[in-house]
Design a protein around this ligand. Structure first.
Ligand SMILES: Nc1ncnc2c1ncn2[C@@H]1O[C@H](COP(=O)(O)OP(=O)(O)OP(=O)(O)O)[C@@H](O)[C@H]1O
Ligand SMILES: [Mg+2]
Length: 220
């Protein structure tokens, strides 16, 4: 079964939405709207589709995520009070307790949509790459087995062609959406679907526009 992101223009490019039990990586350089995309996915989920959503932030404070959301008129506070969404901030230091903390929150909220923004922080802080890969693999696999719809973001450094900082996460996910800053006059931003397992998806580069109520994708 597919769930709609509710991001205007996007769902029609991928057979109607993201598949249950799938992990989508939203990858892009700094300032390419990864966090806006993630927040809009969780907000729409709760507001339009009655899906409970857990937003896990590592890079940014919850306060900043809320502020950005308010700019677009998304009332996260009310949804949180209604127990439709939960936002947690994690520090990527202690991998052992992190697994329990994330799983406990997923279970207590009964979240259907889960965002981790971003996984790059793990790659930065943990000096044992093997341990972090194992952790990421395990947590993503557990969420997949639970049929959740998961979006994780990853930063790409300027001047590289890879899809993430470590070059590893892209192989753990089912789908990859790439956000780019093109620096052109008419359309500065773009979105493309790099892979999406078992889906007849668009392979074009689509203009991504930031409007007064969030982002949307131009399809023609
Ligand atoms: N209200 C707005 N109107 C127009 N553009 C905006 C608005 N709010 C944010 N932006 C643009 O969106 C960008 C930030 O998007 P976002 O925080 O989602 O990027 P990101 O990919 O998560 O970046 P990072 O890698 O630094 O976390 C800003 O740099 C700005 O260019
Ligand atoms: Mg961000």
């Amino acid at each position: 079964m597919r769930v709609q992101t509710g991001i205007p223009g996007l769902d029609s490019l991928m057979e109607g939405g993201l598949e249950e039990g799938s992990i989508t990586l939203v990858s892009g350089k700094t300032g390419t709207c990864k966090s806006i995309f993630s927040t809009q996915f969780i907000y729409n989920g709760a507001e339009k589709y009655k899906d409970k959503g857990l937003y896990i932030t590592t890079g940014e404070t919850i306060e900043n995520v809320r502020k950005q959301a308010k700019k677009f008129g998304w009332d996260l506070d009310t949804l949180e009070k209604k127990n439709m969404i939960k936002m947690i901030e994690i520090e990527p230091f202690d991998v052992e307790t992190l697994m329990d903390r994330i799983m406990n929150n997923v279970e207590s909220l009964k979240a259907r949509r889960i965002v981790i923004d971003s996984v790059s922080m793990f790659e930065l802080y943990i000096h044992e790459p093997f341990k972090i890969r194992k952790f990421l693999y395990k947590i993503l696999q557990r969420l997949r087995d639970m049929n959740k719809i998961v979006v994780v973001t990853s930063e790409i450094l300027e001047d590289t062609k890879s899809l993430s900082r470590s070059g590893v996460i892209e192989f753990m996910v089912d789908s990859i959406i790439v956000l780019q800053y093109l620096g052109m006059t008419k359309y500065n931003r773009s979105l493309s679907i790099r892979k999406m397992r078992m889906t007849n998806h668009s392979t074009d580069i689509h203009p991504l526009i930031i409007g007064p109520t969030g982002i949307h994708v131009r399809t023609v």
